[in-house]
Design a binder for this molecule. Structure first.
Ligand code: PAF
Length: 285
C-alpha cells in the first residue's frame, strides 16, 4: 500500500493507473475509520482495480465552535485498517498542501444546502463540495464511494457532479449500525456510556417512522408526530430537526406517494455531540 501526501505525486499515480486501463475507486474520508468506512472500502475493492482512500480532516467544513481541533486523528490505526482491506493507495495530505497561501476558490451548491444540516451548520456544505471537488481532481476516480448516513451530503455531491459534469459515478452504500442500532460515526467516540444510551433515541424514532409507513401512514405530519412520541421530553428538546424530505432535493414532502422514496432525517445533540441519522422509506402500492 502506498501512502502519498503530495498532490502532484497522487495525480501522477492516478494518471498512470488510468493510462494502464485501470478502474479507480476512491473513498473520501476524514479518517478515524470505522466499519461504515470499511464497508465503503470493501464495496470499492470488489468493483475497482485500484482503491484509493483519502484521509483529510478538512478545516473548511467545520464552523467556528465545532470540533475541528478535537476531531479524532488516528492515522497509524487508519493505515493498518486500510492495509488489512487491501487498499492500494492512501492519500493523506496536510492542510497546507490542500489549501496553500492564496487559496481563494469555493465550490458551492445552492438550494439544497440551505436546509437541515446546511441550516444548522452554515458554510459546512461549501467546505464539503470544495474539498470533494479537489479530491476528485487529485485522485481521478471512475467511482467515488459515500455513506448513506450523510444523506444530505450525498444529495449535494450528486448535484455537484451532475451540474459540473464530473465524469465519475457516485456509489452510495447503506448505513452501518452497531448491534443496538446506533449508526456508526467517527463522533461516537465522544459519547459517555449514558450518552451512548440516549443516542439510541434517534434510531428509535426512525424505526417508528418505518413502522408507520409500513402500516400505511401517508401524512408526514402523522409520521413526525409518531416519531416525537417515541422521544422523552429531554430528547425532544435536544433534537435539532426531524424532517421528511425528497432525498434528491431536500424539499419537504407532505404526503407520501406509492413508490416514491422519502428521506426521514433526524439530528440531535447528545451531550456535546451532534449526531445525525436517517432512513429511506417508501409507501407500498
Ligand atoms: O463524509 C466525510 O467524511 C467528509 O465530509 C468528506 C466527504 C470526506 C469530505 O471531507
Amino acid at each position: 500500500m502506498d501512502v502519498l501526501t503530495g498532490i502532484g505525486d497522487m495525480q501522477v499515480r492516478a494518471e498512470q493507473d488510468r493510462l494502464a486501463g485501470k478502474n479507480i475507486g476512491v473513498v473520501p474520508t476524514m479518517g478515524a475509520l470505522h466499519e461504515g468506512h470499511m464497508n465503503l472500502v470493501r464495496a470499492a475493492r470488489s468493483a475497482c482495480d485500484v482503491v484509493t482512500v483519502t484521509i483529510f480532516v478538512n478545516p473548511k467544513q467545520f464552523g467556528p465552535g465545532e470540533d475541528f481541533n478535537s476531531y479524532p486523528r488516528v492515522l497509524e490505526r487508519d493505515l493498518s485498517a486500510c492495509e488489512a482491506e487491501g487498499v492500494d493507495i492512501v492519500f493523506a495530505p496536510e492542510a497546507g498542501e490542500m489549501y496553500p497561501e492564496g487559496f481563494s476558490t469555493k465550490v458551492a451548491v445552492a438550494g439544497l444546502t440551505a436546509v437541515l444540516e446546511g441550516a444548522a451548520r452554515p458554510g459546512h456544505f461549501d467546505g464539503v463540495t470544495t474539498v470533494v471537488a479537489k479530491l476528485f481532481a487529485i485522485t481521478k476516480p471512475h467511482r467515488a464511494y459515500f455513506g448513506q448516513k450523510d444523506a444530505q451530503q450525498v444529495a449535494v455531491i450528486k448535484r455537484m457532479v451532475r451540474d459540473m459534469n464530473f465524469d465519475l459515478e457516485i456509489v452510495v452504500c447503506p448505513i452501518i449500525r452497531e448491534p443496538d442500532g446506533l449508526a456508526m460515526s467517527s463522533r461516537n467516540v465522544y459519547l459517555s456510556s449514558d450518552e451512548r444510551r440516549e443516542a439510541l433515541a434517534l434510531f428509535r424514532a426512525l424505526k417508528k417512522a418505518e413502522e408507520l409507513v409500513a402500516s400505511g401512514t401517508r401524512k408526514s405530519a402523522d409520521i413526525l408526530e409518531g416519531m416525537k412520541q417515541t422521544l422523552t421530553d429531554t430528547e425532544i428538546r435536544k433534537r435539532d430537526y426531524i424532517a421528511i424530505v425528497n432525498p434528491a432535493t431536500m424539499e419537504p414532502v407532505e404526503t407520501l406517494e406509492p413508490d416514491q422514496p422519502v428521506l426521514v432525517a433526524v439530528a440531535a445533540r447528545v451531550g456535546g455531540t451532534r449526531l445525525i441519522d436517517n432512513t429511506i422509506v417508501t409507501l407500498a402500492e
